[in-house]
Design a protein around this ligand. Structure first.
Ligand code: HEM
Ligand code: HEM
Length: 157
């Protein structure tokens, strides 16, 4: 992976757009459950916001991964190979993995009829927890370490 001096405008826009959409998807999951129940009982569901949020996330994450593969990303601050740097890198990889796996699970339930709704919900909860930890780490950098890390996700460089 190429190391850059900062995130691009596209990477930053995608980061914050997805940051808005993931909580919206998480909060609207119950609506999809109700819609699924209605369909399984022979009714119809109409427009299901959760499915729209979830599919939008998957599409944006696909673009985001392509941009990252093409352009690269800045190295995590700290000594290469040190525990905090490894934790940041693997944490980010885990978030990317879950951002792909969770919508694919939802698609398996909604479009393929697989009974993996519980696993999908559980994986979504894990994603929210990991992302919460991620946001807390960003705030720790900002207010405790005061190293201006959040600026990297604010201004293209
Ligand atoms: C990052 C994206 C997503 C997140 C965070 C997410 C989150 C959730 C959560 C938390 C639930 C459980 C709701 C509850 O138990 O109260 C749920 C259920 C569900 N989601 Fe998603 N979801 C995402 C993407 C998708 C996508 C793309 C689809 C379909 C195309 C989808 C379809 C469903 C369905 C059908 C259920 C109900 C499962 C069942 O009752 O068995 N989700 N989702
Ligand atoms: C659903 C919410 C979020 C998701 C899924 C998410 C995901 C990610 C991912 C995957 C990266 C690594 C980017 C890369 O190297 O390609 C990243 C970086 C970053 N995120 Fe988030 N994030 C979320 C919310 C937040 C929030 C709320 C904050 C601030 C409080 C934040 C601050 C940052 C910062 C500062 C970076 C850059 C870290 C660095 O330069 O090493 N993120 N985020």
């Amino acid at each position: 992976m190429r190391t850059t001096t900062g995130y691009s405008g596209a990477q930053i826009a995608l980061h914050w757009l997805i940051t808005i959409l993931i909580p919206l998807a998480w909060l609207s999951g119950e609506g999809a459950e109700d819609a699924l129940d209605a369909i399984r009982e022979g009714g119809t569901a109409g427009f299901v916001p959760h499915v729209a949020f979830g599919l939008a996330i998957l599409a944006l994450v696909a673009v985001r991964i392509l941009v990252r593969l093409g352009r690269g990303a800045p190295a995590a601050p700290g000594r290469p190979g040190s525990l905090p740097v490894l934790a940041a890198d693997w944490g980010h990889r885990l978030i990317y993995l879950l951002m792909v796996a969770v919508p694919l699970g939802g698609i398996s339930v909604w479009f393929l009829g697989l009974r993996v709704g519980d696993i999908h919900g559980l994986a979504a909860n894990i994603l929210m927890l990991v992302v919460l930890g991620h946001a807390l780490m960003a705030l720790y950098h900002q207010y405790v370490l005061k190293d201006g890390l959040i600026r990297r996700m604010m201004r293209a460089g």
